[in-house]
Design a protein around this ligand. Structure first.
Ligand SMILES: C[S@@+](CC[C@H](N)C(=O)[O-])C[C@H]1O[C@@H](n2cnc3c(N)ncnc32)[C@H](O)[C@@H]1O
Length: 262
């Protein structure tokens, strides 16, 4: 991936050499001295870390204007608005659930909503770049009064969820939100964060296998889908509609025994 035509590079201005090197090692991506140097080397995206945190810059983004996570912008009042389990997302993973695995963390927008609703969330992301952005957002939120409790309900794991399910115990529900398939007819561009995620991780063409693995790991699986797309695992047990998307909920008739591998 690294090299003169790399798509992605890392610049760790004042992030601390150790953190920058860790990121480079985890991602197997080249490190550069500055954003300009990375762009001159052909990087379309730059993971930029400085005193403000970690962000992903696309072409033309000024440092400080990239995609990053700021979990502290959420209204975390108990039971209010987005943090209510009565919201479609809460109903999809089950209002009685305790431990939820978010198998497709992305930039952790849904992970944080679930934690805000009071669930204990194991968030799995297979892109080390996105995982680094999440880890940075969690670390910063931990230092902000009122957010530590919520953030401490989140456990981040880096890797392919299909391989990690067996190492997680007592899963009440798995939440799956793969990249949406493109619409047949072109429409307005999706938000910048979604464009960046898609450019870095691709199209999640293996999402059917992910849902199948989730169904082996937990009795309840909730899959977020755009309204125009068909379900990923056949007819769901039921569907929850929200304004923009729907959640296909699969509930197995029998409890699933989870055996945690050591
Ligand atoms: C549409 S994004 C999820 C957005 C996320 N719900 C949010 O609120 O930010 C899909 C993400 O799932 C990740 N992903 C897809 N399949 C995965 C798998 N098998 N294991 C772990 N992560 C996966 C992709 O790398 C991508 O970052």
């Amino acid at each position: 991936m690294a090299g003169p035509n790399c798509q992605l590079g890392i610049v760790a201005d004042r992030m601390g050499a150790a953190a920058g090197e860790l990121l480079a090692e985890a991602c197997a991506v080249a490190m550069y001295a500055s954003v300009d140097v990375a762009r001159a080397a052909g990087c379309a995206f730059v993971v930029h870390g400085d005193a403000r945190g970690v962000e992903i810059l696309g072409l033309g983004d000024l440092p400080g204007r990239g995609v990053r996570t700021d979990f502290t912008s959420l209204d975390i009042r108990t039971g209010a608005g987005n943090c209510s389990r009565r919201q479609p997302l809460g109903r999809a993973v089950g209002r009685e659930s305790v431990r939820v695995v978010d198998a497709t963390a992305g930039l952790a927008g849904d992970t944080v909503l679930l934690a805000c609703m009071g669930y204990h969330v194991v968030a799995i992301e297979r892109s080390p770049v996105l995982a680094a952005v999440i880890a940075d957002g969690l670390a910063r939120a931990r230092d902000v009064a009122g957010f530590a409790e919520m953030v401490n309900r989140i456990e981040l794991r880096v890797g392919d969820a299909r391989e990690l399910f067996s190492s997680i115990s007592e899963i009440d529900a798995v939440y799956v939100d793969p990249m949406f398939p493109p619409k047949r007819r072109a429409s307005a561009l999706p938000p910048k964060s979604v464009q960046v995620i898609r450019a870095i991780v691709g199209d999640d063409i293996d999402s059917t296998e992910l849902v199948a693995a989730a169904q082996r790991a937990a009795r309840r699986v909730a899959v977020k889908r755009p309204k125009y797309a068909s379900p990923l695992a056949g007819e769901p047990s039921h569907t929850i509609e929200s304004k923009l998307v729907r959640y296909d909920v699969y509930i197995a008739p029998h409890p699933i025994r989870t055996e945690v591998s050591s």
